[in-house]
Design a protein around this ligand. Structure first.
Ligand code: HEM
Length: 392
């Protein structure tokens, strides 16, 4: 039996949050599983092992949390993201109802008209900041309205979500700074995101209506708000901004997309593969388990490095190349298996609608300034200023 390689790399320095890829390459070279001694985590940096773990929830359990810090894991136990079947199945089916692919036709007209409006206005200006002016628009105008929280809370959703994501790594200074906003959100979810105070037709109210019908336990509802508020905005915002940055860096790929719109769906996959907004979640082993010739003991916390698996040279030839003709639909940026992103149809709809609108009007993008987002649970850009070239 071989021994497990050990690494003391810190995945949470500012440098590592900005550019984790050299560290990921180092971990992939060390082996299929690497003990990260700083956090007592067993990291899976390669594609095959991450994929296999996602498809085996019985062994790789989410029920003891999917983050790093034990306090956060204990606090969020039992939300949809942090549960196993059969409890998970019931919650996911309620939570995912408005997000099913067949329900997207209800939201598509609003998404299309908003996308058309915002893109026309920004492209007419010729210079704009992608994150706040373009990428935030659909999540903030359409998605936050669909969740149905009162206006004062809608305005805070982004700050709350960013804070919650920041507590998904170790208990460092970044997590401590985020704590007050997390507490504010939890108090809001328990006291104010309740029937009578929320839009009766919104997703949040539907959770309570499902509880009234006995589909989920009523006490789950406040914490399930977190399943809507945390992942529905920043993930998509980052994915949109990352995609624009990639096209600015690869004008030939933008030309290809403009010539052949059927490549939009590939382009979305390829962008998510190369620049995964959610770089990792974790699981806990329910029994001793062998990975690549080494046995990890029951109770070990295993980090699934989606951002690394998606650049595994064993799975994707020339993995750092942005190639929108590549078939990368098997990327792990949305996870896979029981917990595969329940909002992926909505995220893809938002992204593809914006790309369609941009492809009608923009001949190319040039980056003027960019700044990375430094967050313990997310990766992408905080600021991206571009100049657009009109179609000549
Ligand atoms: C590009 C955008 C997005 C990315 C990259 C993303 C990423 C992910 C990932 C990696 C997971 C898997 C978690 C795991 O492995 O444990 C996940 C789950 C989830 N996502 Fe997304 N997501 C995105 C958009 C959205 C949107 C728009 C929503 C809601 C409107 C959403 C709601 C959820 C929920 C509720 C889960 C938990 C599902 C479960 O535990 O069964 N996501 N997402």
């Amino acid at each position: 039996m071989s021994t497990i390689p050990v690494s003391d790399v810190d995945l949470y320095t500012e440098q590592a949050r900005t550019d984790p890829y050299p560290i990921y390459a180092e971990l992939r070279a060390l082996g299929p599983v690497v003990h990260l001694s700083r956090y007592d985590l067993y990291a899976l940096p390669r594609y095959d092992e991450v994929h296999a773990a996602l498809m085996d929830w019985q062994t790789f359990s989410s029920a003891r949390g999917v983050f790093v810090d034990p306090v956060m894991n204990a606090q969020l136990e039992g939300i949809t993201l942090c549960s196993d079947p059969p409890e998970h199945t019931a919650m996911r089916s309620v939570l995912g109802r408005p997000l099913r692919q067949d329900r997207m036709r209800e939201v598509r007209p609003k998404i299309e008209s908003e996308a058309q409006r915002v893109v026309a206005e920004l492209v007419a200006r010729g210079r704009f900041e992608v994150v706040t002016e373009l990428a935030e628009h659909l999540p903030m105008t359409v998605v936050s309205e669909l969740v149905g929280l009162p206006d004062h809370a809608r305005a805070k959703m982004l700050d709350w979500a960013e804070a919650i994501w920041d507590t998904q790594g170790p208990a460092d200074e970044r997590a401590a700074a985020a704590r007050p906003a997390v507490e504010e959100f939890l108090a809001f979810a328990a006291n104010d995101a309740v029937p009578g105070k929320i839009d009766p037709d919104g997703w949040a109210a539907h959770l309570y209506q499902a509880a009234d019908r006995g589909e989920i336990p009523p006490e789950k509802c406040p914490m399930m708000m977190l399943d809507y508020v945390t992942p529905s905005l920043d993930t998509t915002i980052l994915a949109i901004a990352n995609t624009i940055a990639l096209f600015a860096e690869h004008p030939d790929q933008w030309d290809l997309l403009r010539e052949n719109r059927s490549l939009i769906s590939h382009a979305i996959n390829e962008s998510l593969r190369l620049e995964s907004p959610v770089p990792q979640f974790s699981r806990v082993l329910t029994e001793d388990h062998e990975i690549g010739g080494v046995t990890l003991t029951a109770g070990s916390r295993v980090a699934l490095l989606y951002g690394s698996a998606n650049r595994d040279e064993r799975h994707y030839p020339d993995p750092t190349r942005f190639d929108i003709t590549r078939h990368s639909a098997d990327h792990l940026a949305f996870g896979r298996g029981e917990h595969m992103c329940v909002g992926l149809h909505l995220a893809r709809l938002e992204m593809s609608t914006l790309l369609e609108q941009l492809a009608d009007r923009v001949g190319g993008f040039e980056i003027r300034e960019r700044r990375p987002l430094i967050n313990n649970g997310l990766r992408g850009l905080e600021y991206l200023e571009v100049v657009t070239r009109a179609i000549g």
